[in-house]
Design a protein around this ligand. Structure first.
Ligand code: IPD
Length: 270
């Protein structure tokens, strides 16, 4: 996509995500009225997620009818332009429903297996992260960079977990970090984990399996903030099936790949 078309989409996306975030925040303040459905173990959805996704999808497809769309809550449309918007309307749904202010709207634009634009917005803290390929990464308009932490024994990782993977795998990752004297935090929002890896609040983010809508925006944020991430969309059908995610500052990329046994897609065991 040329830079004029990308720039236009990037600007529009920020406006739509802001509006969607305000809608979700209104629901958050009245969350006791929400009917909650269970999608799986510790996996929930409410009208807030569905409304927010429907709003973003209709706005984007009205303005860019040729673009594709993929949403956590089922929104899907094949792309005619080669670019696909990927949305998690509320990432950190469990936090949202529990009243914890650690959730966000996450919207990424992916073309040829690369995330080329991303916006992550937490309307409660009023923090809007934005990045586009070649244009740097910002938090509320100010340039951000990954941390400069040089070694694992000074680092703090964001670790994520879902019951899509065996419990033991997560326990092994926590143990590996602690044995390397690397601190860890689990926020319950993969998208915010990636945003925090981009602005250096965390030194990296790891999750053994995460869906495309959780990281589509975070991937470009981390890269544009000077960070490294694994080839999330490479090798496997990550768009529909998800993949492992590891993102970190460049000095920690290699030590973390060894510690957490992240293999390049072509060398994945099994
Ligand atoms: C989940 C969160 C969580 C991560 C899971 C995701 P949701 O997304 O990002 O932190 O560990 O893998 O499924 O359900 O809150 O949108």
């Amino acid at each position: 996509m040329d830079s004029r078309n990308l720039g236009l989409r990037f600007r529009v996306a920020q406006g739509i995500v802001r509006e969607a975030g305000q809608m979700a925040a209104e629901r958050f303040r009245r969350r006791d009225e929400l009917v909650i459905e269970r999608k799986g173990r510790q996996d929930f959805v409410s009208a807030a997620d569905k409304e927010c996704e429907a709003f973003v999808m209709s706005e984007l497809l009205r303005i860019f009818p040729e673009d594709g769309f993929l949403g956590e809550e089922g929104g899907a449309r094949t792309s005619g332009s080669g670019a696909t918007w990927i949305i998690d309307p509320i990432d950190g749904t469990s936090n949202f429903l529990a009243g914890l202010p650690v959730w966000c709207v996450s919207l990424g634009l992916v073309e040829n297996g690369t995330s080329i634009a991303g916006v992550i917005y937490n309307p409660i803290t009023e923090e809007l992260y934005a990045a586009r390929a070649g244009g740097g990464a910002t938090l509320n308009g100010k340039k951000i960079q990954v941390s400069k932490t040089p070694s694992l024994d000074q680092a703090r990782m964001g670790l994520g977990f879902s019951y899509r993977r065996p419990v033991q795998e997560h326990v092994t990752a926590v143990r590996a970090c602690l044995e390397a004297s690397c601190e860890y935090t689990r926020f319950g929002s993969g998208a915010l984990g990636m945003a925090f890896a981009a602005d250096g609040r965390l030194d990296g983010y790891y999750e053994a399996h995460i869906n495309a809508w959780d990281v589509a925006a975070g991937l470009v944020l981390v890269k544009e903030a000077g960070g490294w991430h694994n080839d999330f969309f490479g090798g496997r059908d990550a768009m529909s099936k998800g993949n492992v995610i590891l993102a970190a500052n460049p000095m920690l990329a290699q030590p973390l790949q060894s510690l957490l046994k992240i293999y390049p897609a072509e060398n994945l065991p099994g």
